[in-house]
Design a protein around this ligand. Structure first.
Ligand code: FE
Ligand code: CA
Length: 501
């Protein structure tokens, strides 16, 4: 067992060449630490060296040289019982970020980790390994979040998420917003400032990620638990499709990978980034992380709400054919009690027209109905025991039953969708008087709609998936307390959602 003192001395005693003098940069751990994508034997650890996180060139005020970053994983929060350690070189090419894959640890166990560069010691993060394959271990507590526009509010919801110490945090996208300072929230304006124009270049995207990561509440949420992340649109550009310039996509993907606790298998190659993947929690749950941006067909009628008159072709795709096949194969071979589909845009129908017209959001699965039906029928044919879709993007809490025919009131539930509200995007939010929501009235399969900021806390057991809809009453100033606005349950092999509305 390695001791604490030897870590503090690392760099002096490791025998590695000290690639830069330790006095070559100031305190570098301004962006915190993170971990991600746990499996039964390990996880990935992340940090970035950035003594001047907002430096114009996006390089964080680091010298040109590569820097050895020492890491250690301990069995205790104080770092006394060190069980793994190593060194990874942080290079300027990667904006002095590191992605350390730790392997060979015992399953189902919490760990603590930290880094050291030169004489500087990072904060400590908590992470864990997934349960052993084939075991039924519960409860699994998952915090789900999305849509954190820095300009729209304080990240208080992240601090509350951190204090819940979940097993996993699932981030469904809009982790950053690309918009410039001149992009204003409604008539009230912004409460914080990106202090830079719209992100386009690699330096822009790196500085934007760095700005977000300087937020202490976001740092606390990363330090509290391993994250599973996937991007939506604002990591690149609002409602982007493959029609945007390749160079901008490349810049956005590269900066995203650099700043996220993603495994190196997600390192982008040019204009592609591999984000769809599977995480298993023993036999209790499998999380299928989906990418609904990179492989979709273009919008037929723009991204907004409309009743698109153009006939959708039967082969129209949201996931791309490879990912769709990968998902259905995964559901067929799944032995999990719960199959969770972590993805970006609204899956079930959401019709704004109470009459016979369909006024639906074309950027969501409502604009890709043939694909939705193929996936839904696919999971029925795969005999998946319980399917829950986790959704971001909509800046409101929603929950609803999923069916195969949304226009047939007798269509039986085949799963449920839980859409998480934003951390800040949209600002403070507002109440909807009970019984007055025209959207719930027009969509009987939808059961809940709350327009406040917050996050979702899921508690998953062999018998049920229970979702607490957490809200904050304001984000325009710091310090809002957190409340549970509603709780819904999806019972094992149940016929849809039950619980308080
Ligand atoms: Fe958003
Ligand atoms: Ca209608």
């Amino acid at each position: 067992m390695l001791n604490r003192r030897s870590f503090l001395m690392a760099g002096l005693t490791s025998g590695l060449p000290s690639l830069v003098p330790s006095a070559g940069f100031g305190a570098p751990f301004t962006l915190g630490v993170a971990s991600g994508d746990p499996d039964p034997g390990g996880f990935v650890l992340w940090t970035r060296l950035a003594p001047e996180p907002l430096a114009e060139d996006g390089l964080g005020g680091m010298p040109e040289a590569s820097v050895p970053v020492h890491w250690e994983v301990s069995a205790d929060p104080e770092g006394k019982r060190v069980i793994r350690r190593g060194v990874q070189v942080a290079a300027r090419e990667a904006a002095h970020t590191v992605h350390v894959e730790v392997r060979g640890l015992p399953p189902g166990t919490p760990y603590w980790y930290r880094f050291k560069a030169g004489p500087h010691l990072s904060p400590t993060g908590r992470t864990l390994t997934a349960p052993a394959p084939g075991t039924m271990s519960w409860p699994l507590r998952v915090a789900v979040c999305s849509c954190a526009n820095y300009q729209h509010g304080y990240f208080t919801a992240y601090a509350h998420m951190a204090s819940e110490r979940p097993d996993l945090v699932v981030n469904l996208g809009d982790y950053i917003y690309e918009q410039g300072s001149d992009h204003l929230l409604g008539p009230t304006g912004n409460v914080r400032d990106h202090a830079s124009p719209e992100a386009v270049t690699l330096a822009d995207y790196r500085r934007r990620h760095a700005l977000y990561k300087t937020d202490p509440d976001l740092q606390a949420a990363h330090a509290a638990a391993p994250w599973v992340v996937v991007m939506d649109d604002h990591e690149v550009l609002n409602n982007w499709t493959n029609l945007i310039p390749a160079e901008r996509r490349q810049n956005a993907f590269r900066a995203y990978y650099e700043h996220m606790p993603l495994r190196p298998s997600a390192r982008p190659g040019g204009t592609a980034i591999q984000l769809y993947r599977r995480l298993r929690w023993g036999r209790l749950a499998t999380l299928h992380v989906l990418d609904t941006r990179q492989y979709r067909d273009p919008h037929l009628c723009g991204a907004g709400f409309s009743s698109c008159p153009l006939p959708p072709g039967p082969s129209r795709t949201m996931l791309g054919l490879d990912q769709e096949q990968w998902l259905l194969d995964g559901l067929r071979s799944s032995r999990a009690r719960w199959d969770l589909l972590g993805q970006q845009v609204f899956f079930g129908q959401r019709d704004r027209d109470p009459g016979g017209e369909q006024l639906v959001r074309q950027d969501a699965w409502d604009g890709y109905t043939a694909a939705r039906l193929r996936v839904s029928e696919g999971w029925i044919q795969a005999d998946a025991r319980n399917v829950a879709v986790l959704t971001g993007d909509v800046h409101a809490h929603w929950a609803g039953n999923l069916v195969t025919d949304y226009d047939d009131p007798a269509s039986r539930p085949i799963g449920a969708e839980f859409a998480v509200t934003s951390i800040t995007s949209g600002g403070d939010g507002h109440d909807i008087a009970p019984g007055t929501d025209p959207l719930l009235a027009a969509n009987p399969h939808l059961k809940l709609h709350i327009r406040h900021r917050g996050y979702l806390m899921l508690r998953i057991t062999p018998d049920a998936l229970t979702a607490d809809f957490k809200i904050l009453r304001y984000v325009s100033r710091p310090g809002a307390p957190v409340q549970t606005a509603a709780t819904l349950t999806l019972p094992d092999r149940g016929q849809g959602l039950t619980g308080l509305i």
